[in-house]
Design a protein around this ligand. Structure first.
Ligand SMILES: Nc1nc2c(ncn2[C@@H]2O[C@H](COP(=O)(O)OP(=O)(O)O)[C@@H](O)[C@H]2O)c(=O)[nH]1
Ligand SMILES: [Mg+2]
Length: 316
């Protein structure tokens, strides 16, 4: 079958059935259109979940956005720059209870299966050392897969965070041509990200193709910086265990400096460096992400203006 007729159903892409059926052969809608008439009352006892736990697409976001507007984190970087590894490391540290301090407790996640898929290969298992996550495929999907985490602060307030993990190919196309038809996902991230992590891959910036890697980073930084327009941006060096020439580091910093001279910098690595625990870099980065505050809406006092709200607030 080509498409489930339910609006916003992506079951035929092996992702989320909008009615919550994990097994498609139990979905009455699916059976109806696929000509299998056996679907009926026998399914009534099944408990349905409205989501699958896998990474979310744009139309699943109402589970999260109905509660409060989440903070969306866009991870922008070239292919194999270490983007998915950052997410896997966050999840493993969270599982050990060491990602955040007492000021922010893990509360819930709508995408635990998605997190597992990312982090599973990074785990130590009996008779097998960890591997890196498999390549994030660009495939046919046009929007990024979103991973969700929610934290509760000491004062009881909840904070939802969405991480957009996208394949590097999208960003490379977007850096060259902002309007590239197959860079829709990169444009989505640039438009929605409250926090942008711009990834500088130390391995690429010191390897045999370091010149190309630098040029690509400069293009990507230029585009990302132009799009941030006052939103938070950090420079994140991945593969911190790899040495990079100081002159190259300076060129990378210069490429992001046009936004402000105080772009925060973080270095992460899955290997320990000197006395420094490998987890520390990831914790620092996560702490910075969690410190993001939503700009409050500044409501004018009543009677201050008789204009239509459109002229007071504009339209965003
Ligand atoms: N040396 C080193 N290599 C890393 C590190 N993190 C990731 N890598 C390498 O980078 C590759 C790509 O990582 P991945 O997270 O899939 O990159 P993505 O394409 O940006 O999501 C991995 O397969 C590893 O070989 C690190 O901390 N140190
Ligand atoms: Mg990836």
């Amino acid at each position: 079958m080509d498409r489930c007729p339910q609006p916003n159903c992506f079951a035929d892409d092996d992702t989320t059935c909008t009615l919550g059926h994990i097994r498609l052969d139990l979905c009455p809608e699916w059976k109806r259109v696929s000509g299998n008439a056996l679907a009926t009352l026998s399914d009534a006892g099944h408990i349905l979940l409205p989501w699958s736990g896998l990474a979310m697409g744009e139309s699943d976001l109402n589970f999260v956005t109905g509660r409060a507007k989440p903070i969306t984190v866009g991870i922008i970087g070239a292919e194999s720059a270490g983007k998915t590894t950052i997410l896997g490391a966050f999840y493993l540290l969270m599982g050990r209870g060491t990602l955040t301090t007492d000021a922010n407790f893990f509360s819930n996640s709508y995408t635990l299966a998605g997190w597992e898929a990312v982090a599973n290969s990074l785990r130590w298992k009996p008779a097998q050392s960890p591997r890196f996550p498999s390549h994030t495929p660009s495939g046919a999907a046009r929007a990024p897969g979103m991973l969700h985490l929610a934290f509760r602060r000491k004062d009881g307030a909840l904070r939802d965070i969405l991480f957009a993990d996208a394949p590097g190919e999208w960003f490379q196309k977007w850096a060259i041509n902002e309007q590239a038809p197959d860079a829709e996902g990169a444009r989505w991230i640039a438009r929605h990200a409250d926090v942008t992590l711009l990834i500088a891959d130390r391995q690429a910036l010191s390897g045999p193709k370091m010149g190309t890697a630098r040029n690509e980073f400069q293009l990507l930084a230029q585009r990302a910086v132009a799009e941030t327009r006052g939103r938070r941006l950090a420079l994140v060096w991945t593969k911190g265990d790899v040495d990079v020439a100081p002159a190259m580091e300076a060129q990378i910093r210069k490429a992001v400096a046009s936004v402000s001279s105080t772009v925060p910098e973080f270095t992460v690595s899955v290997y320990p460096r000197g006395d420094c625990d490998a987890a520390e870099g990831f914790r620092e980065l996560f702490g910075w992400i969690l410190s993001t505050k939503r700009a409050g809406v500044d409501l004018p006092t009543l009677g201050a203006s008789s204009h239509d709200p459109l002229f007071r607030f504009g339209r965003r």
